[in-house]
Design a protein around this ligand. Structure first.
Ligand code: ZN
Length: 177
C-alpha cells in the first residue's frame, strides 16, 4: 500500500482526459487500494485517478456517513465505493447546490449547482456492471469525480471571477511553499 501525491491545481495533469479501464488486473486492484489509502489520509470523500496522475477512469468514494444524521453512530463509518469507467446516463432537470471542496484545490470551497439526481453505469473490481440512480451528496460527489476523469474541476462551474481568485491564491501558495 502506498500514498500517492495528489496533483494540485493549476497542475496541467488535472486537465487530462482519462482512458477507460480495459479490465481488472493486479495493477488496477493496487491502484484502487492506494487511491483509498490516499483519500483517507487526506480526509477526502472522493478521489479520481487523474488527481494522482493516473489517466484511467477510476474513482473511489467514501462518504463515511456524512450524508446521514445517525446519532447512534457519531463516528464516521467507512463505506467504500469503487467505480471503474463510471458514466452518467441520465441527469435530473432539478438541481441542488453544495459547498464543494476538492483535494486538488485545498482550502477553497464554493457553492456549485449541479443536477440533484443522476443515473450512473460503472464496473466493479469483479468487472460486474452496475446501473444505479443517486441523489443528495452521492449524486454531487460522483458528478464531481466523473468531471475529474474529463479534466474538469469544480471551479469550472463557478463564476470566472471566483475561479480566477482561487487559482491565483493556489499559485501564490505553491510559490510560498
Ligand atoms: Zn475533486
Amino acid at each position: 500500500m502506498a500514498i500517492f501525491d495528489i496533483l494540485i491545481a493549476p497542475d496541467p495533469g488535472l486537465r487530462a482526459v482519462a482512458a477507460p479501464v480495459a479490465g481488472v488486473d493486479d495493477e488496477v486492484r493496487r491502484i484502487v487500494a492506494d487511491m483509498f489509502e490516499t483519500m483517507y489520509d487526506a480526509r477526502g470523500i472522493g478521489l479520481a485517478a487523474t488527481q494522482v496522475a493516473i489517466e484511467r477512469r477510476i474513482v473511489v468514494i467514501d462518504l463515511q456517513d456524512r450524508d446521514t444524521e445517525d446519532e447512534e453512530h457519531p463516528e464516521p463509518v467507512r463505506d467504500p465505493h469503487i467505480f471503474l469507467n463510471p458514466a452518467l446516463t441520465w441527469i435530473s432537470d432539478e438541481t441542488s447546490t453544495y459547498n464543494e471542496g476538492c483535494l486538488s484545490i485545498p482550502e477553497h470551497y464554493a457553492e456549485v449547482e449541479r443536477p440533484a439526481r443522476c443515473r450512473v453505469t460503472w464496473r466493479d473490481l469483479d468487472w460486474v456492471e452496475h446501473d444505479e440512480a443517486f441523489d443528495r451528496l452521492m449524486a454531487t460527489c460522483i458528478q464531481h469525480e466523473i468531471d475529474h476523469l474529463n479534466g474538469v474541476l469544480f471551479t469550472d462551474h463557478i463564476s470566472r471571477l471566483k475561479r480566477d481568485m482561487i487559482m491565483k491564491k493556489l499559485v501564490k501558495a505553491r510559490k510560498a511553499s
